[in-house]
Write a protein that binds this ligand. Structure first.
Ligand code: ATP
Length: 359
């Protein structure tokens, strides 16, 4: 297991065939990823997740910067020399070998004793739900089963620096996805590997990871625990991308402890005297917005009510902008609800997308 340090890292595909000329992994990536933690690398398609993962694994040499595993500079080392295990989106298995042999391969390759190999293969086979298939040849198995073997092979070695997963559940049956994710989490708790898991699915990221690294356009916009991402999104994109529905973001002006939205005053509960005048938005999650039939708050019109099981998602229109509200299950919503109130505790102020601290 290793602590991974990314120092002044940047990458550009400029000049490479099929590259987006403007694509750049920004030189702002300066992070320490702690030893033994499970990270999810989350972001929309094309934001650079695979690029960053490949730089960490050694499949890609960055244009700039260094990667350290603990105190060793591994920037010039191959994947094998970095001692990382990798699981890709599509299965990598030896068709002519049995499931047992496939799982045992990475261990035998490094000279593990027969008893140790046997014990470890059986533990992993149980985890991926393939105990009954150990003697079957991989050839002829479904893509789903083959991917489970790939996952098993990625996790079978205990002595790796890190295990890297690139959208490993894409081909897995939705039913099995949940189970495997939970198993991965259990395995992580048990063995404490440093794990990095690339996904564009927030549920996958939040259930798997201790910490989530959110990327947008080649930039890491936030690295934090799921709770931190929920409670204090450092960028409007994080608030919007994480949550169901995501954070409401509304253009505003801020004067001291009050925001003004289209001429309506909204108390912020604390002052933001250095928020500036331009490019200001306020962000408030639907969990911190309530409907009112009184005279206070912003005037809205309810446009739709969705019952999502545990609560209601109420879509409202404020001056042409949709504002979502989460209301308790069973609440009766009617036309008399023509105002919304924001809980000041849940309001954040953003300038050019980035969070502004209060005074
Ligand atoms: P996805 O979720 O779709 O896999 P991603 O977040 O993993 O996306 P990357 O695959 O890292 O994103 O790609 C980031 C950008 O770099 C994209 O615009 C992509 O077109 C470009 N890119 C990726 N690999 C190469 C390459 N080998 N040569 C040129 N450009 C590339």
């Amino acid at each position: 297991m290793a602590k991974i340090t990314l120092s002044n890292l940047a990458h550009s595909y400029a000049g490479a065939p099929a590259s987006r000329d403007d694509y750049q992994l920004k030189p702002t990536i300066d992070h320490v990823w702690d030893d033994g933690e499970a990270y999810a690398l989350l972001g929309p398609s094309g934001c650079g997740k695979t690029t960053l993962l490949n730089i960490i694994s050694g499949l890609l040499v960055p244009s700039q910067g260094r990667i350290l595993f603990d105190d060793t500079d591994v920037t010039a080392l191959s994947t094998a020399a970095r001692n990382v295990a990798q699981v890709f989106q599509f299965p990598v298995v030896y068709d002519t070998m049995t499931v047992y042999e496939n799982l045992a391969f990475p261990l035998r390759n490094r000279g593990g004793s027969a008893a140790y190999v046997d014990r470890r293969v059986k533990t992993i086979a149980e985890m991926i739900g393939m105990t009954g298939d150990l003697d079957r040849r991989a050839h002829g198995l479904t893509a789903d089963a083959k991917q489970k073997i790939s996952l098993g092979r990625g996790m079978v070695r205990e002595d790796v620096s890190a295990i890297l997963f690139d959208e490993p559940l894409t081909v897995i049956d939705p039913h099995m996805k949940w189970e495997l994710r939970t198993e991965l989490k259990t395995l992580h708790r048990e063995f404490g590997h440093t794990m990095i898991y690339v996904t564009h699915d927030q549920t996958e990221a939040l259930t798997f990871a201790d910490k989530v690294v959110v990327m947008l356009d080649g930039e890491v916009v936030q690295l934090g625990t799921p709770v931190e991402l929920f409670e204090r999104p450092e960028h409007t994109f994080v608030g919007f991308f994480i949550g169901s529905p995501g954070m409401n973001v509304l253009p505003a002006t801020v004067e001291g402890d009050t925001a003004f939205l289209g001429g309506h005053a909204v108390p912020l509960g604390r002052a933001f005297s250095h928020a500036g005048a331009d490019g200001i938005e306020i962000g408030v999650r639907p969990e911190f917005v309530s409907l009112s039939d009184g005279d206070d708050g912003l005037p809205i019109k309810v446009t739709r009510v969705e019952d999502v099981g545990r609560h209601l998602v109420v879509r409202t229109d404020f001056d042409g902008t949709e504002v979502n509200v989460i209301a308790p299950e069973g609440a009766s919503i009617s036309d008399r609800h023509n105002r919304i109130l924001f809980d000041p505790q849940g309001i954040h102020v953003y300038s050019d997308g980035w969070i502004v601290d209060s005074d």
